[in-house]
Design a protein around this ligand. Structure first.
Ligand SMILES: [Zn+2]
Length: 212
């Protein structure tokens, strides 16, 4: 069915995977009907780069805008899902044949969507965007880039360089997508981070609908 919205967010729950060194997610009942309280009210603690989330320019660039400054249409509108064959990183040579256009919202579906989310252990070998491909995306002038694990940059390679190349070019970043159910092609995207004042990132809910 082409008119159905498909959830591409990951569940947020105790024990879920997080970036090494970032705060773990934790939620618990602060008020609990089972303990005589009138209502159930939960309290949570988390890093703002938990699960499916967006990065703001200030994540890597001093004094740059926070997530509350994101133009709403950076993450709502047409988006293209590109399947990446390389099982190490997204590389410029694999992107060139896709004729990426200025203003596009591009989501990369890699082997991460099949493998990395099946475990609560952090996958150090996830497919990331190489710094060279990040610079190419900046040259193309894309609006938004989405990836299917916890960072656009690699665990060992190109972490700061890829973030700086994208964020420095004014590209908005969605991380932590699960694109397992998604075929490559054209979609409508809705992704909304919380309006966290000046924050370097925020959890978000993201959904896609196939263009008919
Ligand atoms: Zn992030």
């Amino acid at each position: 069915m082409s008119d159905e919205w498909i959830d591409i967010s990951v569940p947020v729950r105790n024990g879920m995977v997080h970036w090494p060194g970032d705060p773990a997610f934790h939620i618990e009942r602060a008020e609990d009907q089972d303990k005589g309280d009138q209502a159930n009210v939960s309290r949570m603690s988390l890093g703002v780069h938990t699960g499916t989330h967006m990065d703001a320019p200030v994540h890597y660039i001093r004094n740059a805008p926070g997530i509350d400054a994101m133009p709403i249409d950076a993450a709502i509108g047409p988006a293209r899902v590109i399947a990446i064959q390389d099982d190490q990183s997204v590389k410029r040579a694999e992107l060139i044949p896709h004729s990426i256009q200025r203003g596009e919202r591009i989501l990369f579906r890699t082997k991460n969507s099949e493998h990395s989310w099946s475990s609560d252990q952090f996958d150090e070998n996830f497919v990331y965007i190489s710094r060279d491909a990040a610079r190419y995306l900046a040259e193309c002038g894309v609006r938004t880039v989405g990836v299917d694990y916890l960072s656009v940059g690699g665990y060992r390679n190109d972490g700061p360089e890829t973030h700086e190349a994208l964020l420095g070019a004014g590209i908005w970043i969605i991380e932590g997508l699960n694109l397992r159910e998604i075929e490559p092609g054209d979609y409508d995207l809705i992704c909304l981070p919380l309006k966290l004042d000046g924050s370097d990132g925020s959890p978000a809910r993201a959904v896609l609908r196939r263009k008919s």
